[in-house]
Ligand binder design. Structure first.
Ligand SMILES: N[C@@H](CCC(=O)NCCCC(=O)O)C(=O)O
Length: 266
C-alpha cells in the first residue's frame, strides 16, 4: 500500500484585501514557501485555515512537520513586553496567537520545525527571547531591509555574508563557515531565548540562525529566506532536504503509532 504523503503545516497569514471600503479578510500562504516544501522537502504543504490553539495537538497528530514562514507583518511587541514602536508597520495578532503556541507544542512533542524570517523571530519570542523592532535604528546595526521598489529577483538576491558556527550542521549545509544570504527584514533578534543555540551571524553581529537546544528532531530557523528558489542554491536546498528527511522519519513513527492503535482491541 502506498504511504500517505509527508504533510507539512504552514500556518497562514491573516490579511485584509480589497480596495478601501471593501476590504475583506483573507488567509494567505506565499507560493514560494509551499513550493519549497513540495520541491525541496518532497512533502505536501497543508494550511489548516482558521486553526485554533485548542486544536494544535489534534492537528499535529495529522502532520509530519511545521514550517513557520516569513511575512511582512511583525510579531506584536507585547509578546516581548514592549509597546509598538512604529504603528505604521503591519501586525498579525491572529497568527501570533497560533504560532507562538505551536512553537512550544512542536518543541515539546518533537515535531520537525523550520522557521524562516518572521518564523525565526516567532520561535525566539515564543521561547522567551526579544526582538529589535527596527534593527536599522539600533546604533551599530546595519539596515537588513530589502529595496522595497526592486523586483523580486533583486529583493531576494544575496545581500550580506554570514559567519557560520564551525562544525555545525548549518556549516555542513552551507559547505563551509561563510555564505552570502538574502535579507528582507526590519526586525531582528535583540535577546536570544535561553533554549536556542546561535549558528550564524551577520557582519553587525545580528544572530541570523539558531538551533533549538536539545531538539530530538529537526528544529532550525534562519532570518534569511532559503525557500527562495531553493533548488537553485545548494545551501538552501540542503536545508529543505534535511527538513524533508526529518519529516519522513516522523511520518514512519506516526504511521507505526496509527497501525498499533488500530490493532488494539476495542
Ligand atoms: N516582518 C518581519 C519579518 C520579515 C519577513 O518575514 N520578510 C519576508 C516578507 C515577504 C515574504 O513573505 O517573503 C520583519 O520585518 O522583520
Amino acid at each position: 500500500m502506498n504511504k500517505p504523503p509527508c504533510m507539512v503545516w504552514l500556518p497562514a497569514d491573516h490579511r485584509l484585501l480589497g480596495d478601501h471600503g471593501h476590504q475583506m479578510p483573507f488567509l494567505l500562504l506565499g507560493d514560494k514557501y509551499a513550493r519549497a516544501v513540495k520541491v525541496g522537502a518532497q512533502a505536501q504543504p497543508v494550511m489548516f485555515p482558521l486553526a485554533e490553539v485548542e486544536q494544535i495537538d489534534e492537528l499535529l497528530g495529522m502532520v509530519d512537520g511545521v514550517m513557520l514562514t516569513g511575512s511582512p507583518s511583525n510579531v506584536h511587541p507585547s509578546h516581548f513586553q514592549e509597546e509598538v514602536a512604529d504603528p505604521s508597520l503591519p501586525l498579525d495578532q491572529d497568527r501570533d496567537l497560533l504560532t507562538l503556541a505551536l512553537v512550544k507544542a512542536c518543541v515539546h512533542q518533537g515535531v520537525p520545525l523550520l522557521g524562516v524570517c518572521r518564523g525565526f523571530q516567532e520561535i525566539n519570542v515564543a521561547l522567551g527571547g526579544a526582538l529589535y523592532q527596527r534593527v536599522h535604528q539600533v546604533p551599530g546595526m546595519n539596515d537588513h531591509r530589502e529595496p522595497k521598489t526592486a523586483p523580486p529577483d533583486e529583493q531576494y538576491a544575496p545581500r550580506h555574508p554570514i559567519r557560520i558556527a564551525p562544525d555545525s550542521v548549518m556549516a555542513e549545509w552551507a559547505g563551509g563557515t561563510e555564505a552570502e544570504v538574502n535579507s528582507l527584514h526590519g526586525q531582528g533578534i535583540a535577546r536570544l531565548a535561553e533554549g536556542l543555540t546561535p549558528l550564524a551571524w551577520a557582519p553587525d553581529g545580528l544572530v541570523e540562525a539558531f538551533w533549538v537546544k536539545g531538539a530530538r528532531t529537526f528544529a532550525y530557523a534562519m532570518q534569511w529566506h532559503p525557500e527562495w528558489r531553493c533548488w537553485e542554491t545548494p545551501f538552501y536546498a540542503n536545508i529543505f532536504e534535511a527538513f524533508g528527511r526529518a519529516c519522513r522519519q516522523r511520518r514512519s513513527l506516526r504511521l507505526q503509532a496509527n497501525d498499533l492503535a488500530r490493532s488494539q482491541p476495542g
